[in-house]
Ligand binder design. Structure first.
Ligand code: 13P
Length: 256
């Protein structure tokens, strides 16, 4: 059984004061959730305050990005060692980083190896564009992203990776994938490829979140899908009531 995992990606939102307030609210609102893993990923500027607020709570803290080197002349970057002092998770290869900041499957692979070496929980994002989706290229494209991300990573480490399948056309648009379509893509483009790269136990152990316009009222439809193990939430992770609603609705749907 894969333990469900819901994470909030705050993107470039929240000053340190606002982040502290949101983290405080979530800590109280979600204190009784035991059936799943939870994380919030504030901007780097707020990692310190949020990790202080959430220390000892049931909510993990994640970074949204990091470099793969431990230190060096890389202006503006933060390293795995720095992240490790403040967070337990790290998002790698979000489509916004691939689109605006030149991330490639090769840099994702380097960052993933660094995250695993530093015992961080990596959340690796993959997903196709609208054009690729409409051209019927989803499975080959996402499958290629998986092969690129996991290049040279042994099965024992691969099992610690969390994937977030985020169709780019569903991010911030209010338009979600159909849960059945997302489920099929995860099966064909992710689990089948992982089975080919590794073996059945490894493919079945890796958790896959869905991301793209997840809200309190659609979370249940995704979480009940056999291949979907949680969510990576953008916009709806910025308000206590929305993120708490997502988590509670997921927990309730899984209990049925
Ligand atoms: P939205 O939930 O705002 O669509 O963002 C999804 C996302 O990109 C999470 O990483």
């Amino acid at each position: 059984m894969r333990r469900p995992f819901i994470a909030g990606n705050w993107k470039m939102h929240k000053t340190t004061v606002e982040a502290l307030e949101l983290a405080d609210g979530l800590k109280a609102a979600l204190a009784d959730v035991e059936s799943m893993d939870l994380a919030v990923c504030p901007p780097a500027s707020a990692l310190g305050v949020v990790s202080d607020v959430l220390a000892g709570s049931n909510i993990m803290v994640g970074a949204q990005n990091m470099h793969w080197e431990n230190s060096g002349a890389y202006t503006g970057e933060i390293s795995p060692v720095m992240v490790r002092g403040l967070a337990t998770c790290v998002i790698i290869g979000h489509s916004e980083r691939r689109e605006y900041f030149g991330e490639t499957d090769a840099t994702v692979n380097k960052k993933l190896k660094a995250a695993l070496a530093h015992d961080l929980v990596p959340i690796v994002c993959i997903g196709e564009s609208l054009e690729q989706n409409e051209a019927g290229e989803t499975v080959s494209f996402v499958g290629g992203q998986i092969r690129g991300a996991f290049e040279g990573i042994p099965a024992v480490d691969a099992q610690r990776v969390v994937l977030a399948y985020e169709p780019i056309w569903a991010i911030g648009t209010g338009r979600t994938a159909m849960p059945e379509d997302a489920d099929r893509t995860i099966r064909e483009a992710i689990r089948d490829v992982l089975r080919d790269l590794y073996d059945n136990p490894t493919a079945e152990a890796i958790r896959v979140q869905y991301g793209g316009s997840v809200k309190p009222d659609n979370m249940a439809d995704f979480i009940v899908m056999p291949e979907i193990d949680g969510a990576l939430v953008g916009g709806a992770s910025l308000k206590v009531e929305d993120f708490a609603g997502i988590v509670k609705n997921a927990a309730a749907a899984l209990q049925k």
